[in-house]
Structure formats: structure tokens, C-alpha cells
Ligand binder design. Sequence first.
Ligand SMILES: *Cc1c(COP(=O)(O)O)cnc(C)c1O
Length: 387
Amino acid sequence: MKIETLLVRAGLQKDPLTGSISTPIYQSATFSHPELGKSTGYDYSRTANPTRTALEEAIAKLEGGQRGFAFSSGMAAITSILFLFKPGDHLIVSDDLYGGTYRLLEEVFSHYGISASYIDTSSPEAISESIISSTKGIFIETPTNPLMKVTDLGAALAIAKRHGLISIVDNTFMTPYLQQPISFGADIVMHSATKYLGGHNDAVAGLVVTADQELSEKLAKIHNGAGAILGPQDSWLILRGMKTLAIRLERQQENTQKIAEWLADHPSIEKVYYPGLKDHPQFEISTRQASGYGAMLSFTVKDISLVPVILKNLKIISFAESLGGVESLITYPATQTHADIPLEVREARGITDKLLRLSVGIEDAEDLINDLQSVLEVSDQIEAVRS
Ligand SMILES: *Cc1c(COP(=O)(O)O)cnc(C)c1O
């Protein structure tokens, strides 16, 4: 079955009672037992809930893994994955990654003796060079957030395998529709399902897929033990979102390519970061390992005074955190998603005060371009008045 069909069939399992096409929402904390020593397979909803199970089975199938787990947020998913490690363990982490993951490692897990080195995982040499005797895992985000650097998954995961590291890929930006890290050898794939999988900016959720039985059993203990599980209503919302993922992403990517090319030619724009542009340093790798370039792009303006003008005057594109939904959103990483990364570290990584990140939605591309055009014109006028 092709992935488009699998997506539509997410959660579509014959409900024996009614044949319901939409997955029923089992809003129950507990389930009665037929008799002593017997269970319907469901006892208590922290351990398992049928609506959540439908979502977990769907994501496992889509990522080509062994087992799926649904968490209350993407960060709850990452926290639970990090519980697989022990005090003294060292991790290699993509340097330009989601700010919350950096904050979790530096402000929470560092207290439990887990350390991380942030390196450019788009360089296989840099990965090899940073492995030390205590290195136990590698956490890759590709494309990265917000600079859209792409890691060669085949090369990076082969190094991880050679050194016996647990490899984790944050696949939020690409989704299984565009990229399937387990097929390149990843042990664990995670998603902030709040983003593309949900797709409508209406639910916060995290999903994890494990590639083998041993990791599945370990993570199942953490999932049930720590209990950061996704509720049945939100499980249903994510399942509902996933059904339209393929057509949403097709449209979003088409829009993004047009906007990226338009911005790249605009005189007020310094640089555009999008893996679908031929001059992107990892254009070839992206083309090889993913079936598309996604719908996230970042850009820097030439003049920093444009930033507030753009953020205040856009009419269709909303100035808001998050990404991946049907509505286009623009964020300012310096004060939003990446505010917790110290200034020197942030600037050294290229996340400067001139950088804006755009999550492109499913609106009409021309409307989006006109929205950007109008704010850049406003800023040209301000420039003219000033000079
Ligand atoms: C949003 C995001 C997260 C965190 O997920 P939440 O659902 O917000 O907890 C992790 N990784 C990436 C790449 C994200 O975009």
C-alpha cells in the first residue's frame, strides 16, 4: 500500500460494534474485566487506550517501525526517550535544533549527569570526531531548525551503528510522507505531532516509533511508568489530521518553493535557507534521501530594522510560534523558539537577529507572496523617508 493510502487509513479499523469509519473516542480512564485473570486488552488508559492505540499503530506503520507511542507533547516524547540514558552518558546532538530540545538537555537532563555535545551533524567527519568513550546516543534533527541544514542520514546512522549508539531522529519537519529515517537505520524516530501530523494548530502531541523489540519494551516501560501519555480526544485530532497529510504537504511544498524563489530574488532579502533551492549546500543529499523539501524556510533581511515592520504588517501570514499547520506562520527565532540559547551560542550558529522563519500553509501562493511584497514595500518607503 502506498503512503497516501496508509495515511487515509490511519485509525480506520472496523469497530466490531458499529463499523464506525471515524475512530471512536474512548473517553474512559478505566475498563472493566470480564472475570478474574481476563482482560479485554485494555485495563487503564495510562497503559493503553483504544483511540491512542489506533494512532500508535498508524504512526508505527507509516515510519516502518516496530511500535508507536503517543505522548502529551513533542517534549514529553523527547523526555521519555532521554530516560533511556543513564548518568555519565554522553550524547551527540545536531547543533542547530529546536530550542526546547536544547533547553531540556541543558536545564533538566544535565542535572541527571547526561551531557551533550552540539555539533554540525551535516558533517559525518564532525560526528566521528566527537564520539568519546561515554557517547551512548546521537540525536539528529534534519532539516535543522531554523537554518535548514540537512544531515546525510545514511552516513550519520552508519557511524552511529558502528559505535553502538542509540540513534534518534526528530522527523517533525519532514514527516514520514517525505522521509523515513528507520529505512536509513535509525533506532528511534520522534515527532512533534503538534506540527504537520496534526496539521491544524489545534492540538499538542508527540509521537515516537521504535525500530526493534528491545527498544520498544524499554520505551513501553517509560511510557507507562512516567505516564506522559496522550489523551483520547487529542489522539483522535491527530489521527484526523494525518488523513490529509499528503495533500496538505504537496500544496505547502509547492507554495514554499514559489516563495523561496521569490524571496531569493528580492533586493531586501540577504539569504534564503530552503533545501529545495539548487544552491542549498545539501540540495543533492535532500533530493536523495527525502521525497520533497518540506514547507519550512528561513531568511535573513539585509536591514535589521525591517524585522519589526514585517512582523507588524503582514496580514495573511500570522506572527506566531509553531509550524506545520494549514495556516502560514512567521516566527522570530531570536526572541521566540531559540530565546533560551545564549546569545553568543545562537549568533555563532547563524541564528542572528536578522533571521525570520516561515511555516508555509495551504493558502494561495500568490496571496502569500503579495502579503510579503506589501510589507517589503512598506519597509522600502520607510527607508526612503529615512534617507
Ligand atoms: C515543536 C517541536 C518540538 C517540540 O514539540 P511540542 O509538541 O511543542 O512539545 C520538537 N522538535 C521540533 C523539531 C519541533 O518543531
